[in-house]
Write a protein that binds this ligand. Structure first.
Ligand SMILES: [Fe+2]
Length: 233
């Protein structure tokens, strides 16, 4: 079990806290419960230790520094592609915020390549992996790019556009899932997307992008079942 790592606080935490508070859902009353976000595999492209299907040239490493802004790197280069903000809350099934939860994301870069596949060579400006910790309202924020879908293994795997998430609440099982995009045509051919048949849950996972000050913003709220939230309902 990894202890939460204190993330570097960037300007994003300040500016987006105000911006995203507009989008924050209303608090639940005591009698309501939320369906937990479905758990999905972290897949073979998780940066610190590639797992799953065998990968030629796969590299295992943790990018440094750990930050919630994936659109720039220590080389002071900027990521290619369309920048987006992704933020949301991490709560239990009765809507109580989970404070201090470690949240990680990773996705392909603008060339459709994961960090573990080429070590960032195809876009040195894209961090490929990010980490933050939820604040006192259970809220997290990232700046990244909108990824596209990809095919791997001679078309055996055909994926829609997605961002992988991993959430770690101290003392609880590690949770992984994905965020999708509502307007993505490849959703209908994606086996993970099709597996989520509940319309309300699917709508929560396939986000709509809303422009704020010229940059698209996605809200992705994560609801953790008790085994992942580390506490009973
Ligand atoms: Fe993926």
């Amino acid at each position: 079990m990894r202890a939460p790592v204190k993330t570097r606080r960037t300007f994003l935490n300040v500016t987006l806290a105000a911006m995203t508070s507009i989008l924050m859902p209303g608090r639940l009353v005591a009698s309501e419960t939320l369906a937990p976000t479905p758990e999905l595999t972290r897949g073979p492209f998780y940066p610190p230790a590639p797992t799953g299907l065998p990968l030629l040239r796969a590299r295992a490493f943790v990018p440094q520094p750990l930050t919630n802004d994936l659109t720039k790197t220590t080389a002071q280069r900027r990521a290619q592609g369309r920048q987006i903000y992704v933020s949301g809350t991490v709560t239990d099934t009765v809507g109580r915020p989970l404070i201090g939860a470690r949240v990680e994301i990773w996705s392909v870069n603008a060339k459709n390549i994961y960090l573990v596949e080429d070590g960032g060579a195809s876009d040195p400006g894209f961090a490929g992996f990010g980490m933050t910790v939820t604040n006192d309202e259970g809220r997290y924020t990232f700046r990244t790019i909108r990824p596209e879908g990809y095919d791997r293994y001679l078309g055996l795997i055909r994926r829609t556009a997605h961002i992988h998430f991993l959430v770690q609440v101290n003392g609880a099982r590690t949770f992984s899932t994905e965020m999708w995009f509502a307007d993505e045509p490849r959703n209908r051919i994606d086996s993970f997307f099709k597996r989520v048949t509940n319309r309300r849950i699917r709508a929560r996972m396939a986000v709509e992008l809303r422009p704020v000050d010229g940059i698209d913003h996605a809200q992705f709220d994560i609801v953790l079942a008790p085994e992942f939230a580390g506490r009973a309902v």
